[in-house]
Design a protein around this ligand. Sequence first.
Ligand SMILES: [Zn+2]
Length: 363
Amino acid sequence: MLEIFNVSRHHTNSAIAKAVKSLSQYGISSVVQDRFIDFLQNQDERFLFHVNPHLIADRLQLAEREALNLLVVALKEGIVSLNWDIQCPKCLRVDLALEKLGDIKTTHTCPCLDCRHTHESDADRQVRVAFSIDNRLRSLSPEANDPAFRDRIDAHYGVVSGHRLLTLQMFRELFPRETIPPNESLLIRQVTILFTDLAGSTSLYNEKGDPQAYSLVRQHFNFLFAIVDEHNGAVIKTIGDAIMATFTSSDDGVKAAIAMQAKMRDFNRSFASENQQLILKVGVHTGPCICVNLNDRSDYFGTTVNTAARVQGLSKGNDIVFTASSRSQSFAIEDIDGYIYEESSVILKGLSDPISVLRMIAK
Ligand SMILES: [Zn+2]
C-alpha cells in the first residue's frame, strides 16, 4: 500500500513541478517557481482549498499584485482553479458553490437553511476570491474543506475582494471574456476611475499623417497601460485616443496620474518641435458604481463614471484634475515637487450640486 501511495505522490509531485515550470513563459522567475512548487507539493491540504491569496503571497514572499499575477497565470495553465466566494453579511458563512464569475448575479441568497438572507452581490465586501489546486493535478480529501481554518486565515490576512481581481490588468488580459452574466450587475462600493485623453490630436494626425501619428499614440498607450498596471489598476477600455482605467484605491489612481504626466514629459523631450508633442489630459474621480457585462466584457457604469469623464474634460493638458473624493489619504499632494495647485468648485453638466476639484499643473 505504502508503495502505491509513494508512486502516486511521486507522480503528483512531478506533475506539479512540470506544470509550474511552464510559467517561465509569463516571466515568472525560477526562484518564485521553486517556492510555488514547494507550496503546492508540501502544504497541508487545507492550504490548497479556497485559499486566501494573501496567505500565498506571504508564504511565497510576494507583494499582493505579484501573487495575484502568479495565480492568474497558474489559472491559465490549469494549475489552480479560481473561486468566487460570497460571504453572507447576516450569518457570515461563506458560499463556496459559485464556480465562475459568470455564476454571480445581482443579488445572492445565503444557502444556509436557517438563514436564506438575500443581499446585493457587493464586489468590495461580500464577493472575495480564493484559489484551489486544480483537482487534475492533486485531488484533495474532504478534510481540505475546513471553514474554521479559512476564517482564521481571512481574519489574519484580510480577504482579496472580487473587485480587486477585476482591477488586475493580468486578469483582464488573460481572461477578457470572463464576466458576470448579461443583465446582471455587481455593486462596487468604491472605485477610483481615471480617464485620459490627448489634447489637439486632430492637428497631430493632420501634421504627421495617420501612420506616424498613430504610432505615437500607440507608444503612449503602451506606457499608460504599464503605469496603470504598476499602480494596481486595470485599463477597462480605450475610446479613440483616450483610456478609462480603474483602481481600488484613490492613492493608486492619483499616483498613476502623476506618473503618467512625468512619463509624457520624458517622451515629449525626444521631439524637436513643440507642435509634435503629445499633450495628455487626465481626470480622476472616486465613488460607487456597478460592474456589468457589456459585449461579454466587464465594464463600469454609473454617476461616478460619468463624473470622472467630465472631470477629465476640465483638464487642459500637462495637468491632473481630481475631485475631493480622490484626494489622497496617505500622502500630501501639496508636497509633490514640480506642480502648482488650483482648487475650485464647479458644476458639472448633468449634476445639480457643485463639486470641489483640485487641478495640479506642471510648473
Ligand atoms: Zn446567511
